[in-house]
Design a protein around this ligand. Sequence first.
Ligand code: ADE
Length: 254
Amino acid sequence: MKFEVITLFPEFFELSLRQSLLGKAIDKKLFEIEIINLRDYATDRHNTVDDTPFGGGGGMVLKVEPIDRCLAALGYTRRGEESQPNGKEKILLTSAAGRKFDQRTAIGYSLCDRLAIICGHYQGVDERITRLYRMEEVSIGDYVLTGGEPAATVIVDAVARLIPKVLGNFESATDDSHMDEIVGAPSYTRPAEYEALEVPAALLSGNHREIDKYRRRMAIEKCLRNRPDLLKQAELTEDEQEMVRQLDENLDVE
Ligand code: ADE
């Protein structure tokens, strides 16, 4: 799997993606990441990549030509020129106006061979680029960032950790929040007692059925507190639905 991040600020990615687990995974060649400076594809001697919007209004718009040249140089084919639809190659455009990026989207992207991420900037990108190339506009949340770089970092991180072997222990990904539509269960580690706060006995029992049951209950409780919207859509057994009703009645709101 290869990520190709197209940005006006290549330095932004120096630290964030090259350390910790992802840095190690890159060293082990479990995936590749290329950071591409959009200015290298400008068409004039001032390396201009943006311009004022037609029709007026504030801000600047990323020009279509540099992005087109960049995608062509990377070997992406335009709409209608694809030999056959290739679901394994995708172009993403970060934008506050995009479709919501979530765990389900991350799982889908992790199955790609190649993922280009164009970091949007200023007032956005000349819309014609979306007519030239098939691309998905993605938003990482309902707020507006100054640029797409933090969004691209989030996307690369969430997708890369799903690539086989990137996490030492894949169970840690399957136990994640959102993997089964609700948030993950709370975790504990040593010491078993801290200032009279004890780790729940079920987790110390060594009985895996009991541990799983306890974790599911705690995940449902946390979800009810923090993300009741997710619980409404989650597939729960009848026992779990009853559990939600009981928890809901007794939930003390902080
Ligand atoms: N650019 C500006 N805001 C954004 C957001 N919420 N998600 C992705 N890209 C963005």
